[in-house]
Ligand binder design. Sequence first.
Ligand code: ZN
Ligand code: ZN
Ligand code: FE
Length: 757
Amino acid sequence: MSIKAYRIKINGIVQGVGFRPHVYRLAMEFGLKGWVLNSPAGVSLEVEGEETPLGDFLDRLQKEPPPMALIRSYDIQEISPAGFRDFTIKPSDDAGEIKVMISPDIAVCGECRREVSDPKDRRFGYPFTNCTNCGPRFTIIKDLPYDRAMTAMASFSMCRECQAEFNDPSQRRFHAQPNACPVCGPHIRLVDGQGQVAREGACELLKAGKIIAVKGLGGFHLAVNALDAEAVRRLRRGKRRDAKPFAVMASDVDTARKYCFADAEEENLLKSPQAPIVVLERNDGPSLSMEAVHPGINTLGVMLPYTPLHYLLFDQELKMLVMTSANISDEPLIIDNDEAVKQLGEVADYFLLHDRDIYNPCDDSVLQLTKLKTVHFFRRARGFVPGSIRLGTEAEPVLALGGDMKNTFCITREGEAFLSQHWGDLNHYHNYVYFQQGIELFKKALKVEPQVLAHDLHPEYQASRWAKQQKDVKRIEIQHHHAHLAAVMAENQLQGQVLGLICDGSGWGSDGTLWGGEILRGDYRQFTRLGHLKNVPLPGGDISARRPYRMALVYLFSALGEAGLAWADQGLLHLSREEKELLVNKIGPHSKEPLTSSCGRLFDAVGAVLGICGVNNYEGQAAAELEAVADQNEKGSYGFQVYRDDHHLLMDVMPMWPELIADMGKDRSTASMAQKFHLTLVKMYTEALGRIREETGLNRVVLSGGVFHNQILLTNLIKGLTERDFLVYHHQKIPPGDGGISLGQAAIASEVVTKCV
Ligand code: ZN
Ligand code: ZN
Ligand code: FE
């Protein structure tokens, strides 16, 4: 019988995910000899044995890696057999630079769940049960290398039984750094605002309508019975959050299905190890106070329990909780026990605390499956960060600092981009502090010290200010929408010139106006602005972004003159006589107000005119609610014009307004008018891109910008453009909004530095 041998190198996220014990068990199963170890480049092994079992081993190794491993490559080489006697896990090979990255947090696995629910198991009911296939990773790491001593588990020494599991390669907990049990691990404590231990359990309290602040993986949540409308309203008041939808946690998929449609793919997303919030469409199921939980929106963000602790909150009667990040308004996520009690005292009745620290705050990820069955990210955080995104090219390390709202940063290393979690609005001091700490941790984890910083052109972004304070680095300023364009290119690994349709809130344009409805031509190196939405004044700048009725007045006046102003008196409920006079003066013929081509502001204006949303309580509310009401069976659209001025192709919706106002006079349904507006944009952009294709010969279109969170616009445009034989690319790994621009900035800066040397 012939003995064969292979040397195998496996690259990717392969450490901290149980790869070595997995290989060990597999080798045992097939009776093979050799060794496996963690090396700087990933996992290395040598394995030898008879041809058939060896072949089966290779097959299984590649087809069934451990659940959380993310394999980039297998390098398999045949070698001559060394005559090993057994199969061993060898100590790590520390020679050379360590090139692996921290694993993201992983939802509790099936085996751990079974132990927790088994009264005979020593981990019965234990909220911190984990193994090499699941549990906290990124959120508990303070420093590298990833060893217990460098994590929030440092203060808990393993008991004898846990240590034995940790040392045994045949066990699921072999080298599971956060391994713990009721004897040696962290514990929970349920207290009221005065620190008194609660007499009832969390589940009972929730059933009685109480609000509990729950310490989770990446931060605190506020939990309340989702079916108790009064309790949910109380939470909303306490959070000072007027309208933004709350996410819910359903105890299981069947419960989620009672309230929402979820097909097999959506179910897989819910149950995935990343356990994100999945945005699902509501069905006509049993009562769940829409007005309290998700006002004005026909979708619901749903997640499943992802730590054993979450399962303690449910029972047979209580199966659906509102679970919202525990912060007041847009303040940063709370991660500390004392801070939680101090800050949430007015909203939470009880606190479910524990003594394992959270080192890296990380919000829940939010995503949706589009009608085209592609994954759409609203927020990429827990479960995904710090996983990398593969770039098409390699360059020296770059640190890209992102935008100001929904900030993420991005560090590149050897052809991979590592995006941070969302920090939120950097104008909040604590977000800004976390952002800086995050940069330090990522640099340490990746073992890079980028000498190149990329940041937005906007002079007032905090991230740009931070970049300007750094010494001895090269800074590259990047136009906001060029970054959006490059972000889609980078995640799709595109090279060469493309057309970019960027539909956005606003970004600082190269000409000093605020852009946001742009057709660009460009690549990673440079761009040209070929077309844009016709400019209108943005009176008072940011104030108008929060008050859609102001944009409505701007558009009505621009399109209809005095008649538009007269209509506004009746039609715009939030507009006072004083504010109207003030605005009319500002936007008149000699207006000195900033100009904008923002698509987001156009959505605002239409939302306000249709009486759907006069004031934005959260970013993008008008656009989200317009999408929610739109009747997708409506096929009509309104007038528009596409024409050329001296420099650009202008997309002008002024012809839409008289038709829209006439529709309103005819009592056409809001649902149908909302849809007609969406389709107007689809037609206008398609026509404009068609003309630009004729002029440029470019046929690839990338779609980016925060407005593309709107699924009607996104999917209809992809459909329309594809029917016209465009090659269309959109975001599927990062959000289209400002949470994704750090990737684009990094891609541009990488190209620029490569070409400079
Ligand atoms: Zn597990
Ligand atoms: Zn123990
Ligand atoms: Fe943007």
